[in-house]
Design a protein around this ligand. Sequence first.
Ligand code: UD1
Ligand code: CA
Length: 449
Amino acid sequence: MTNTIILAAGKSKRMKSKKTKVLHKILGKPVIKYSVDLAKKINSEKTIVVVSPGAFEIENLLKGDVAFAVQNEADGTGGAVKSTVDKLIPEGDTLILYGDVPFLRESTLLSFIDFHRKNKNDLSVMSGIIEDPSGYGRIYRVDGELKQIVEHIDASEEQKKIREINTGIILVDTKLLLENIDDIDNDNEKGEYYLTDLIEIFVTSSKKVDAFIVEDYSECEGINDRHKLMQGEEELRKRINFEIADSGVTIRSNSVYIGPDVVVENDVEILPNTHIYGNSIIRSGAIIGPNSYIENSVIESGSKIMNSTVYDSRVGENTTVGPYAYLRPNSNIGRDCKIGDFVEVKNSNVGDRTKVSHLSYLGDCDIGNNVNVGCGVVFVNYDGKNKYRSSVGNNSFVGCNSNIISPVEIEDETYIAAGTNVTKKVKKGELAIGRVRQENLKSWKVFKK
Ligand code: UD1
Ligand code: CA
């Protein structure tokens, strides 16, 4: 595809939200990202997102991936496309998508593109046949041939009975689009520039236009309010879960949420109340859940994540995480490890076969292989201003309730006695012990009131 225009300007009042509707998330992914990714999948050379002035959040989310056109006044879909003309590659085809239509399948879009090209159309519209067409633009045909799209508000009583409607998705020859876009006027009930007026303009000048009736209209539904957000998310959730189940994965509940870009290999088992989002990959044989939340992370084969939260991290093969562990961004856990209950790891590397069984904080550290980190160990990485890193070498033992006061280096095969505050380097093979000596006093007084 030469150009893809994604329309995302205008207000979204029905959401009753400070945020525009296209930034609300469905299965962990902002609604507009679905359209942007779809454009990527069909190899769009240039993708332009049309936004209202001041749409910084959309621009921040998508910058680098797309170009932006600002539609200064919300004067209709025609006005939106007009705002892109100086950014279009002036050849090939231009596809118009909506930023609030996240359910369209790549296969459906490819069939539509195929229809357009095989029939050598100058303009094609994706249409749908629905029970209740009110509010939509009607596909007006004469003897089966597309003549016009009539907006609901401008339609005659007879035209209002038409159940074939415009989904909004349009594919058009770019040169013809550029030649004709300025002929759209706003002489209609709404006083808007309707992109759909192009159809009549093309028909009048004997261009080839046609409508492609989509099989499953629900793919083209927009997210206008929270009701649709809930309903749509639920439908997509089922669609994704059944596809994943069919590929050889056991999903043991209706309360499993898996994002559209997650890869789940076969023989994975996913237990209730689990969310897996972003670009996560769950490798064969892993068991995820119950009650787990995983985002942008890789869980290698045979690992178990139980009652735990994992962000932007990697968990090696046959490692167990949880119950009640928290892996924060940039944590890399080796294979055959144990990250036990109430352990928090952040921006740290943990080597193979290392055990951190209970109640510890590993922040900004590099821990080797075969290390035992005892209960209640804290890597003291923050002095109130700066963060520091520490390291622990292979085969070391960090006793319970030690504080590793960063930055400090603990070499291989060392032993940190329980309750030690480690403030200086521990060399290979050494025992570090630093605690206040216990004194048992015979003469002492209990403080009494
Ligand atoms: C539009 C179509 C209608 C179709 C319906 C499908 C026109 C004139 N009408 O209706 O035929 O049945 O979609 O849902 O094209 N947008 C802008 N700038 C604007 C106005 C809209 O970028 O000034 C964007 C919106 O963000 C949205 C899309 O265009 O993504 C559709 O806008 P919306 O107001 O929902 O469409 P309608 O005009 O009601
Ligand atoms: Ca402690």
